[in-house]
Design a protein around this ligand. Structure first.
Ligand SMILES: *Cc1c(COP(=O)(O)O)cnc(C)c1O
Length: 360
């Protein structure tokens, strides 16, 4: 297989071993003479891999029986609406922390359904910092507090979990889930679109404390309630079977690779190398406060933006793909999720050194 290094922010690189397994399974999955895409989600074979996927992700993240694990559709963006519709009543106050583009979108959507309190906001620093927790203006009666542990576009990541007492903590972990161990018991609800660290687009993981299930507003459509999916094993209607199957392969792969402790060690090393090289050079820079730099998404700019196009074209020709920064911030962004091998980061570093040498 001829593979390049894909630094896309999402849909993103998948582990090569998983893709090989998918390829082998396509014509005749489990000897059925059919692909997994062609079988009933209610059949024994599919049910088995669906349950195993849940069990494996429970094991990876250490999720207790106090939590339901749901496989939904609609992406992380639908959760921007499902969270307020399920966890708050009409007009109730909710607290949100704004640290970048994705939390901003989550806030805009929830503001349609709730009394919005933006408890902290780093817009003033152009989203390069996390406001110190002792400055957050939290409400005493919030239905929940929502934050975005990793801002995929700005490359800002929380390396701590905020303490919210009895107020349920809700996290959009789309671009950081499975990158390291997390203490799930600190959260009321965690959600993540799959296409960064879990699997193909089209499936969304929701981990929700069971006492928060069954509280949706009365007029919420059935398919937008957590309750319906919790009661049906995420099979209220036909689930995205293929995406679920691939996510299951990724979970099994991560377990075989040593689980999330092993992932964390590699991810921390990959990110540290890249930031060190950027910081040591005056040719490249990263604007994010070193205390909250992302392990998963590393944005960087060239001192001379006129060189951006040349950098991207040469990188592309060298097999280093999708390094263009988000249109809202420009420059470059290297997304280095679990499935980006360390050799990919090394190849990028080598390229960056060489590009600097020949262009400065
Ligand atoms: C990608 C992303 C989203 C949007 O996900 P969709 O699945 O496209 O809805 C939301 N939040 C974060 C943090 C993301 O990285």
């Amino acid at each position: 297989m001829s593979r390049i290094f894909n630094f896309s922010a999402g849909p993103a690189v998948l582990p090569g071993a998983v893709l090989e397994q998918v390829r082998a399974d396509i014509p005749s999955w489990r000897g059925t003479g059919m692909s997994v895409m062609e079988v009933s989600h209610r059949g024994k074979d599919f049910d088995e891999i669906a349950r195993k996927a849940e069990q494996d992700v429970r094991e990876l993240l250490g999720i207790s029986d106090d939590y339901a694990v749901l496989f939904l559709q609609g992406g992380a963006t639908l959760q921007f609406a499902m969270v307020p519709l399920n966890l708050s009543q009409s007009g109730q106050t909710v607290d949100y922390v704004q640290t970048g583009s994705w939390s901003k979108k989550a806030i805009a959507e929830a503001a349609r359904f709730c009394a919005m309190n933006v408890a902290a906001d780093s817009a003033e620093s152009s989203f390069t910092t996390i406001p110190p927790v002792d400055t957050w203006r939290v409400s005493s009666d919030a239905a929940y507090l929502h934050y975005t542990p990793n801002e995929t576009i700005g490359g800002v990541e929380f390396h701590f979990i905020p303490e919210t007492g009895d107020v349920p903590l809700v996290a959009d972990m789309s671009s950081t889930i499975l990158s390291r161990p997390i203490d799930v018991s600190r959260f009321g609800l965690i959600y993540a679109g799959a296409q960064k660290n879990i699997g193909p687009a089209g499936i969304t993981l929701v981990i929700v404390r069971k006492d928060l299930v069954g509280r949706a507003r009365v007029d919420t459509p059935t398919l937008l309630t957590y309750e319906a999916f919790a009661e049906s094993g995420s099979m209220t209607n036909t689930p995205p079977t293929f995406a679920w199957y691939v996510a299951g392969l990724v979970f099994a792969h991560l377990k075989a690779e040593g689980g999330l402790e092993a992932m964390a060690a590699i991810n921390e090393r990959k990110a540290a190398k890249l930031y060190a090289a950027i910081d040591e050079s005056s040719f490249y820079s990263n604007p994010v406060d070193p205390a909250c730099r992302s392990w998963m998404n590393v944005p960087f700019v060239l001192a001379d933006p006129a060189l951006d196009a040349g950098f991207l074209a040469k990188a592309d020709a060298a097999g280093l793909k999708n390094l263009k920064g988000h249109r809202s911030v420009g420059g470059m962004r290297a997304s280095i999720y679990n499935a980006m091998p360390e050799e990919g980061v090394d190849a990028l570093l080598e390229f960056m050194v060489e590009f600097e040498r020949t262009n400065s």
